[in-house]
Write a protein that binds this ligand. Structure first.
Ligand code: COI
Length: 385
């Protein structure tokens, strides 16, 4: 108790710094409610005065935290210096490009707390690069890699009391880039807004870390050649909700999509990439324009090669999937998720899961690096304290 009090006193001193010089907190950008919130919130903003959260049952839900980062840019301009703002609703023109025509991108990044209390961000530069590529496709300017990484770091530091204890989850950062200026005809907006949100999370799927039961969808498509399947545009997600909710109503965890031209090759699940394992071979669909270039996907490929597996990036017929020893999914939000069964055209096949599975071995290495337990040979972690 005494210890706790001492820590909170220290927090109080630190949080005054948070509210003044260390962080540029701009009050009043958003709603009055958010502006008012800063005075009470800034006094509590430190990791050891841990947020009042049930760390055992985080799930994957939007949880209001203390601050969000906002940066704006006019058309043809550069993003100016951004600022931390109290978390709250944002003001947006009802004619904003993002609301009317879906001109928007999202990203997902995780920050972890190490046993010694230090905070680590996992490969934020990769998300920055992906956002730049997506922005080009969606006719938007984008923050530079340095601006993006700086914004994410600031958001983690300002919300550090929301980073879960080691092993309990992570702080999920959600960078958004949107056309915020008003438009009526179909055209790019004249003003753009970049926001970074933060929320503590643990498992993505509602059944925790239980193996997934996937349904192979052959009625609805997720992406088409030369479309936007390979970029993280917000409009890739609403379109899969019908197939997803139909599958969930039938008891499946999620949907696996096939290529739209042949309905023969597997592509991805809406929020994650997919891998198959057969003997010593691990395969995943190649990045061909319809598949999202997942950061976790790339890490798992490198870890698997390092562990001596033969990894192939290529087209995978659905019949080969059904004949695999093992199937697993990867994504920032999802992590590495074992697949227990796949159902395709009324045929259900079960796969190896559990501690002996290849994906458990690869996941142990990935999570060990992310939490700062295993050596980070590739320099993937960014220390942010
Ligand atoms: C992520 O894995 O971070 C994503 O952005 C997927 C999201 C749609 C939940």
């Amino acid at each position: 108790m005494l210890n706790g009090r001492r820590l909170c006193l220290r927090n109080l001193v630190e949080s005054v710094r948070v509210g003044s010089s260390l962080f540029k907190v701009r009050r009043g950008y958003n709603s009055v409610a958010a502006a008012q919130a800063v005075s009470s919130q800034s006094l509590a903003s430190d990791a050891e005065c841990a947020a009042d959260v049930d760390w055992e049952n985080l799930g994957f839900n939007p949880r209001p935290t203390d601050y969000m980062y906002i940066m704006k840019c006019a058309k043809e301009g550069n993003f100016e210096e951004g600022q931390l703002n109290p978390y709250g609703n944002i003001e947006l023109s009802p004619y904003a490009g993002v609301l009317n025509y879906g001109q928007g991108l999202l990203e997902g990044i995780k920050a972890y707390r190490k046993e010694d209390g230090r905070l680590l961000l996992f490969r934020p530069d990769q998300n920055a690069i992906r956002m730049k590529m997506g922005a080009e496709r969606m006719c938007m300017p984008s923050p530079s890699v340095d601006q993006f990484v700086h914004a994410v770091k600031q958001t983690v530091l300002a919300n550090k009391r929301w980073v879960p204890p080691p092993g309990k989850g992570s702080l999920y950062l959600r960078p958004l880039l949107m056309g915020s200026g008003p438009v009526l005809g179909v055209a790019p907006a004249q003003e753009f807004t970049f926001i970074v949100l933060a929320s503590p999370v643990s498992n993505y799927f509602k059944d925790g870390y239980a193996p997934l039961n996937l349904y192979v969808e052959d009625e609805f498509d997720r992406a088409s050649p030369r479309g936007t399947g390979s970029v993280k545009t917000i409009s890739n997600y609403a379109t899969v909700m019908k197939a997803q909710s139909r599958a969930k109503n039938r008891g499946f965890s999620d949907v696996l999509y096939l290529d739209s031209q042949n309905k023969r090759y597997i592509e991805e699940v809406a929020a994650c990439n997919i891998f198959i394992v057969k003997g010593n071979m691990i395969a995943t669909p190649a990045i061909n324009g319809t598949i999202l270039a997942g950061v976790t996907r790339r890490c798992i490929i490198e870890i698997a090669q390092d562990h001596g597996y033969h990894v192939e990036e290529r087209s995978i017929p659905v019949d080969e999937l059904m004949d695999a020893d093992e199937v697993f999914c990867t994504g920032t939000a999802v992590g590495v998720a074992s697949v227990g069964s796949i159902t395709y055209r009324n045929k259900r096949v079960e796969f190896r899961t559990g501690a002996q599975a290849v994906c458990a071995e690869l996941n142990t290495t990935l999570v060990g690096i992310q939490r700062g337990i295993l050596e980070d040979k590739n320099g993937w972690n960014v220390d942010i304290d």
